[in-house]
Design a protein. Structure first.
Length: 642
């Protein structure tokens, strides 16, 4: 099998090298030189036996780590009471099954290595043999193959010495035939700059390294392929670390990218320079700041809002000596310390936290963060330690980005422990695909934009005459300040509203008082247009006057005031499904208003949001491009601290 794979790979390389150019940043000779050094016996991936012994000793000395291991053991015991995985697709995906298998094998293997209890070894073997018996791992959706290959690679390598020879042979052959071989044909992900690249390269490389002895030449080729392909995705975080697909897919793609780097380092003592990519070094800072004090993500574009506990953040904290990066993880840990810690070990990579564990972190120094790039974002907060802190996050970028929504200019807002301005999140992929709709095309006329949650009618941004944002547009950040007297950002959204408005600048500011200002400076085209400003909320809305409303939620209040001189009538807009394929949005509504613009008219639209229900200050807007760091130039002309 190995020779046939290598011949197929040689043919594949002719095509692949044409896509990436004759010169690679890491040559095949460099990879071969790494393989010429002695390769460790099993287990060689991520955690060697001597390291595992040391880990066991550290756990015994650290009550927090022991509690975490206890939670993993409880999870392993639960797995032992369940039936092994079955090949059951959901729509076109086997992904849920692959992830379940990886979760189980990773957990059982780690618990076995730390406890040496036979039931965990036997149950992991049973799980792997069940997956090996599948007809295939669904290569038509290659993420499924990548995650299943990862599962069996970890189990095969970590348990190799204790698995029966017949089981080793079966698992090895399944990694070859159902994991590695299909990647020679189903490999469009090699040229992508999104999570598919990271996940698939990670899974294939772990598989090739796990069965290295069976075909050393093939393992060299797979490593060479990965270290020259995955930088396409890593560079997508440049220049500042902002992950273009949002925080949910950061957890997915970046976790596999880290797994790839850690595996290479554990086998060769080098990652071939991958961890030195500047955008990748900074991307965990993005992840730190994109989580609000409510524990919720700024959940653009296809991200859920609830932040999971992230073992990957611990790797970044250790690799780059940035202990503050696990601040959010420790806040979750502290909230759960009086309860069962099973929430902490839900992630399928949860066992790796023990390898990357870091003690309680220092408070992050920076309260503001900005990242340019494919989907530029900025985040501001009033405090890291106050759970009632104000948190404002806003994005520019493009609807045409991977997993993109028409959400350019959209923002979220936390204050008093409540999320006031929210994002509805993505639709269920399988539900849309099962209708025969093309969810993934991102051209202007794509069916994707007929889905309410994906177009700008459902986001906290502007809508002009009921039209969609322009997919080909891109909105960069043109001003940014982290000055505590006036933290702000300005985004040029003009190209996203091409043909609808001549010019659009959106400014967002967090003032020292905790007030938040959203201001749009717009210029019309050669005909009258109607511009709608709106924000989705889960709060009860009480409109007090045409220009003022109070939002109430969980016993807290937020005052919303229109502070521009344009006529306005605050209104509640429905978020009920607009088409039969749209999901319901119970308990959600939009507060907003419309502005009529004459032909070529210039207008500033300002909305001030104040935690509580009183605000007696006088606000006078300045053009957002003239916003300054100086206190006396704060929009509103306050001139002194409020």
């Amino acid at each position: 099998m190995g020779k046939r794979l290598l011949i197929a790979f040689a043919a594949f390389l002719l095509v692949w090298s044409g896509c990436f150019g004759a010169e690679s940043s890491v040559s095949l000779a460099q990879v071969q030189a790494a393989f010429e050094k002695p390769i460790a016996a099993h287990p060689r991936l991520l955690l060697h036996d001597d390291e595992c012994k040391q880990l066991g000793e550290r756990i015994q000395e650290n009550p927090r780590m022991q509690a975490y291991l206890d939670a993993l053991i409880e999870k392993a015991d639960s797995i032992c009471r369940q039936e092994p995985v079955e090949r059951v697709l959901e729509g076109r995906r086997l992904l849920g099954v692959s992830r379940r298998c990886l979760d189980r094998v990773f957990t059982l293997s780690m618990v076995y290595r730390l406890t040496q209890k036979q039931q965990y070894l036997e149950r992991a073997e049973q799980e792997m043999l069940a997956a090996a018996a599948f007809s295939d791992w669904n290569p038509s959706h290659f993420l499924d193959v990548a995650e299943m290959t990862t599962a069996l690679a970890i189990g095969y390598d970590w348990l190799y010495q204790d698995l029966p020879e017949t089981s080793r042979k079966t698992i090895c052959e399944s990694i070859q035939q159902k994991g590695l071989a299909p990647s020679l044909k189903s490999n469009g992900w090699l040229r992508n700059n999104n999570n598919w690249n990271q996940v698939c390269n990670g899974g294939m490389t772990l598989g090739a390294l796990a069965i290295y002895e069976d075909d050393p030449d093939l393992a060299q080729q797979f490593v060479h392929r990965a270290v020259n392909s995955v930088p396409l995705a890593m560079r997508a975080c440049e220049p500042d670390g902002a992950y273009p697909e949002g925080p949910g897919y950061w957890e997915y793609g970046t976790s596999y990218n880290v797994l790839l780097i850690a595996a290479l380092d554990s086998v060769f003592g080098t990652d071939f320079g991958l961890s030195a990519y500047p955008g990748f070094i900074k991307t965990a800072d993005y992840m730190l700041h994109v989580t609000g004090p409510t524990g919720l993500f700024f959940n653009y574009p296809d991200s859920g809002s609830k932040k999971p506990f992230s073992p990957t953040s611990f790797w970044f904290a250790g690799c780059y000596d940035k202990p503050y990066l696990v601040w959010n993880e420790y806040r979750v840990w502290e909230r759960l310390k009086q309860d069962n810690l099973r929430e902490l070990v839900k992630d399928r990579f949860a066992p790796l936290l023990l390898c990357w564990f870091a003690n309680s972190p220092p408070e992050p120094r920076e309260k503001c963060w900005m990242g340019q790039g494919i989907n530029s974002v900025a985040m501001f907060r009033s405090s890291w330690t106050d759970q009632d802190a104000v948190f404002l996050a806003i994005k520019g970028g493009s609807p045409g980005a991977p997993h993109g929504h028409m959400d350019v200019g959209s923002f979220v807002l936390d204050a008093q422990g409540v999320r006031w301005g929210i994002d509805l999140g993505p639709e269920n992929y399988n539900k849309i695909e099962s209708r025969g709709m093309n969810l993934w095309s991102r051209v202007q006329a794509a069916q994707r934009w007929t889905i309410f949650r994906y177009n700008n009618l459902s986001h906290n941004t502007l809508v002009v005459d009921g039209q969609y944002q322009q997919v080909s547009g891109h909105a960069p950040i043109v001003r940014y300040s982290d000055d505590p007297d006036f933290s702000h950002v300005v985004i040029d959204m003009s190209s996203v509203y091409d043909g609808q408005l001549k010019q659009v600048y959106r400014g967002a500011a967090l003032m020292p008082s905790g007030k938040v200002l959203i201001q749009d400076d717009i210029e019309g085209i050669d005909r009258p247009v109607t511009v709608r400003w709106a924000m989705v909320t889960g709060a009860k809305v009480l409109i007090q006057s045409p220009r003022q409303a109070v939002l109430e939620q969980d016993g807290k209040k937020l005052l919303v005031r229109v502070v521009s001189d344009t006529p306005a009538q605050l209104t509640i807009y429905s978020t009920e499904p607009k088409a039969e394929w749209d999901a319901p949005n119970p308990g959600r509504r939009m507060i907003g208003f419309e502005v009529e613009l004459a032909a070529a008219q210039k207008q500033s639209i300002g909305v001030l949001m104040t935690p509580g229900n009183k605000d007696d200050s006088d606000i006078h807007l300045r053009p957002v491009l003239s916003w300054s760091d100086e206190l006396d130039e704060i929009p509103g002309g306050v001139g002194s601290k409020e």
